[in-house]
Design a protein around this ligand. Structure first.
Ligand SMILES: Nc1ncnc2c1ncn2[C@@H]1O[C@H](COP(=O)(O)OP(=O)(O)OP(=O)(O)O)[C@@H](O)[C@H]1O
Length: 593
């Protein structure tokens, strides 16, 4: 089977023919650039000497017409480049977006949002003056040849000028490349650090961390400025040298032209024409020098995009399987967080039938959320297998499986948009389903009480909602469309008694509808609603079985601990008003029983 072509390569390939057309346009545009010098020659050498006004009129009309054609071609070329940029963007953006998301999962601190900016940088360079001047560069020798035709000395001056300006461009590139690359990498790192820090702005402000974190940012920012300043300093020298060379070359060619005219070797018209042609030859070279920073930035952005695509194998096209029924099997699953080698769950094997509710309990850091992420395919396994309806997780099309899966992560992770959009997972809103999910999660009345009901915008991460409201909207999103499998990671951590009742009711309804629910919880009071219980401690499955079999052991251990008299802390806690055993959190000691 042939390897699927990377979307980025495909995007470059799709625009190649268009860029060839842009080069063809450039050929005619540059040919028409001879109109100015030729007109000058005719005016100086023919019209002024013959004093023929009709010739002047016709020459002017022809030149005017050709310049109009020139302007039309210029317009067509820039319009073509803009369209090519849009085509490139259209072909590459889905792949860049998907890989950025996958990259963020595999390396959360990898600053993958930069890839989206990189796509803009490459497109903007391709459609802006940078690329146009690059398109004009191949015609530089033709203008120099034109100078040679007028007189060899004009050719020598234009060639020397071209070489000096090219040398300056090369020197600029070689001496600033490293600095600019470091500055660009530092800028990417500083930006992602700032974004991550601003997400925790509340703690930053509340605990007086502003000064300390600002100091950290200033260090990063200063480093970036330093490299940019070093690069700009050097580039400034080359830019000034280029401007001087350019101005001096005009003087040199006119001076030489004047000398050759005095000696009768060329006409005055040829002198002016040579000056214009040399200017035309050198201008793309000079523009490239001015555009060098953009060229380097665009190249660095392109290289980063290629690296992104080569760092992750393209997801193979998967056959759509029949919708999952909710049967899940885990065999000897070992998994670790992204970029970590030490597993946080080891040798987990369990099976859940459609319509069963499994509770995963265990102390903090035991590996419960790791298990949830592995089940959703968010984190890969190191070994072992996770099967939905007997098919390995990797055999499922992630979008297909995702649409049959509900997930409420511990951090809830709502998106900027309306409540309805969030519940409908930003797909086309099916109002009936949104309302059904909201009712199922017991959040319908709460949403209706908001000023704009389901159309209320909730801001980034659901910032305008309370913790409990966020959790219940997240629950509605997880249950949207009654997915075959719903994985809820501590869904009741922020809920009040009413919210917990609603959650229990929702789980019961899911169960009755034959949907599988996996529930990660610290609170045993929800365990009465489940069929199976898995106790995880230290990344390993301690017990797994029917609720009737596991629950008494789980709660009995707590009752025993409370009932043991005269044991220091336990004896003291007995005198305090105690929560019922079922309301106590599951502790490390409990899990170890
Ligand atoms: N993104 C991560 N990168 C590195 N290590 C991680 C990451 N997330 C979790 N861990 C580690 O993996 C281990 C298991 O964490 P996990 O979140 O799965 O535990 P948990 O049982 O869900 O805990 P809690 O009940 O506190 O949510 C912990 O030791 C934790 O430090």
């Amino acid at each position: 089977m042939s390897k699927p072509k990377s979307p980025l390569k495909a995007a470059f390939a799709a625009t190649r023919a268009g860029f060839v057309s842009a080069v063809v346009f450039s050929f005619f545009i540059n040919m028409l650039a001879f109109v100015g010098p030729l007109y000058m020659m005719q005016v100086y050498d023919r019209v002024i000497t013959s004093r023929n006004e009709t010739t002047l009129l016709f020459l002017t009309l022809i030149a005017g017409f050709l310049l109009l054609v020139y302007a039309v071609l210029e317009r067509c070329r820039s319009a073509l480049l803009v369209r090519l940029g849009a085509l490139f963007d259209e072909r590459a953006r889905d792949g860049v977006f998907n890989l950025s998301v996958r990259g963020s999962l595999l390396a959360p601190a990898g600053g993958h949002a930069q890839s989206i900016r990189d796509l803009d940088t490459v497109r903007e360079f391709g459609t802006g003056s940078g690329l146009i001047s690059l398109c004009d560069t191949p015609w530089v020798p033709i203008f120099i040849a034109g100078c040679f035709i007028l007189h060899p000395w004009f050719g020598y001056i234009a060639t020397a000028g071209g070489l000096i300006i090219f040398g300056l461009a090369l020197g600029n590139e070689l001496t600033t490349r490293g600095h600019l690359k470091t500055a660009s990498n530092n800028s990417v790192a500083a930006n992602s650090w700032v974004q991550a820090t601003f997400r925790n702005a509340e703690s930053l402000r509340a605990m007086g961390m502003m000064g300390a974190l600002r100091k950290r940012w200033t260090e990063k920012h200063d480093d970036l400025l330093l490299w940019q300043a070093k690069a700009s300093d050097r580039a400034g020298i080359f830019l000034a040298a280029t401007k001087f060379t350019r101005a001096f070359l005009q003087i040199a060619i006119l001076g030489t032209g004047a000398l050759l005219t005095i000696e009768g070797q060329v006409s005055a018209g040829a002198m002016i024409a040579a000056s214009i042609m040399m200017g035309r030859a050198l201008s793309p070279v000079e523009t490239v020098v001015g555009q060098w920073k953009n060229v380097i930035n665009a190249r660095a952005a392109r290289d980063r995009l290629f690296k992104l695509f080569s760092s992750m194998p393209p997801e193979p096209e998967r056959m759509l399987l029949p919708p999952p029924s909710g049967a899940i099997t885990l065999e000897n699953v070992i998994a670790a967080p992204p970029q970590q080698r030490v597993p946080t769950i080891r040798g987990i094997s369990l099976a859940v039938k459609p319509g069963q509710v499994l509770a995963v309990v265990g102390p903090s850091g035991a590996g419960k959320s790791t298990l949830a992420r592995v089940l959703c395919g968010v984190w890969p396994t190191l070994s072992g297998s996770v099967r939905f309806d007997g098919s390995e997780l990797s055999h499922w099309d992630s979008e297909q499986l995702g649409s049959n899966l509900g997930y409420l992560p511990q951090d809830i992770e709502l998106f900027d948009g309306t409540i309805a959009e969030n519940i409908a997972r930003f797909q086309e809103i099916d109002e009936e389903q949104v309302i059904a999910a909201a009712r199922l999660a017991g959040v319908y009345e709460m949403i209706q009480a908001l000023p704009e009901g389901f159309n209320t915008r909730i801001g980034d991460r659901g910032a305008s909602l309370s913790g409990g409201q966020r959790q219940r909207v997240g629950l509605a999103r997880a249950m949207y469309g009654m997915p075959a499998v719903t994985i809820l990671d501590e869904p009741n951590s922020n809920l009040d008694a009413e919210g917990e009742m609603a959650l229990l009711k929702a789980i019961e309804q899911m169960k009755q509808a034959g949907r599988t629910v996996i529930l990660i919880t610290h609170k045993p009071n929800i365990l009465n609603a489940v069929d199976l219980i898995a106790i995880i401690a230290n990344g390993q499955l301690q017990s797994f079985g029917e609720r009737e079999q596991i629950l008494p052991r789980l709660l009995g251990s707590q009752v025993r601990r409370i009932a043991q008299p005269g044991q220091g802390k336990e004896a003291v806690t007995q005198q305090q008003p105690q929560p019922q055993p079922q309301q106590r959190n599951i502790t490390r000691e409990t899990a170890a029983q």
